[in-house]
Design a protein around this ligand. Sequence first.
Ligand code: MLT
Length: 319
Amino acid sequence: MLMAKVLATDGLDPECVEILQEKGHNVDLIHFDREALLSGAISGYHAVVVRSATKLDSEVLAANMSPGSCIRLIVRAGVGLDNIDLEKASDYGVIVKNTPTASTRAVVEFTIGHLLAGARNIPRSDRAMRSSIWAKKSSSGTELFGKNLGLVGYGRISRGVAQVAGMLGMNVHVYDPFIDDGVTIENTPIIHDSVDSLFSSCTHISIHCAMTEKTRGMVNYDLMKLMPDVSPDGIVCGRHIVNCARGGILNESDALRLLESGHIRSLGLDVFEKEPEGNPDLSAHPNMISTPHIGAATAEAQKRIGMEIVDLILSELDS
Ligand code: MLT
C-alpha cells in the first residue's frame, strides 16, 4: 500500500489524524491561501481534504496538476461540492468524494434551532437583556405549531427537518423538482409543483437545495413577496426564512429590503453570498439571526466526517 501524504486544509478530527498516522501515512494540517494554492502548494500530496473554506476551482487545479503531481484523491469534508471544479478534477483523473450523510443530524437540529430562534425572538431578547432591557412585551413571538413550513429541496437534511417539524405540529410543504416517490411517502408532506406555489402557501421557509446556476439568487424579492403572513390557524405570525444550505441561493440585498420594510419578520442565515466576510448590513438588522456557517459544526458530526474520510483515504489509496 502507498504510504500517502495527506493534506487537510481546513482541519481534521485529531483521532482521524492519529489513525492515518498509525497506518503509516503522513498527515499535514495546513491552510493554504489562494496565492499558495495557485503556486502549486498542494501538488505533492496524494490526498487533499478540504471543507468550504478552500476553493479548488479550475485555476487552482491547473496549478497543481502539472506532470509529476501526486494528487489522486480530493475529499470534501461535508456535503456541498460547489467549491470543487468536478469536471476539471475528472479531466485530470482525480477522484472526488464527499461525506454526504455524516452531518445530516447536526444541520437538521441547527435548522430547527434557527426556526425557533426567529419565531420566539430568542437572540433579540438576549441582546436586550445584555443591555439590561427587560423587553418582555416586544419579544412576544408565535409558535411553530400549526404553521406551514415550506422546504425548498427535499434531500436528506430537508427530510430530517420535515420529520422534526412534523413532530412540532408544523404542516410540511415541499418543492423539489427532483423529488422521488419513495421519499414523499415517508413523511407525507404537501408537494408543490413550483417554487412560487410553495412560497405562496407558507409563512415559514427553509432552504435545502444545492447551489447551482439555476438556484443562484432563486429566493429573490418577487418570490419572498409571495409569502402570506397569516397561518392556517388565523394567527398573524409574520414571514420567517432560514437558509442553512448555501449562500447565494437567497438574494441578500432583496432580503435586507424586505426585512427593513417589515415584510420579513425574521431571517436566519448560516450561509452567506460571501464567506467568511458575511453581510454586516444584514447582520446589523434586529430581526436577523446570523451564524458563521456552523450548521455541521458539532463534535459528533466532525467525528463522523473524520471517520468517513479515513475510510475513503484508506480504500481509495489502497486500490
Ligand atoms: C457542508 O456542505 O457539509 C456544510 O456546508 C459544512 C461546511 O462546509 O462547513
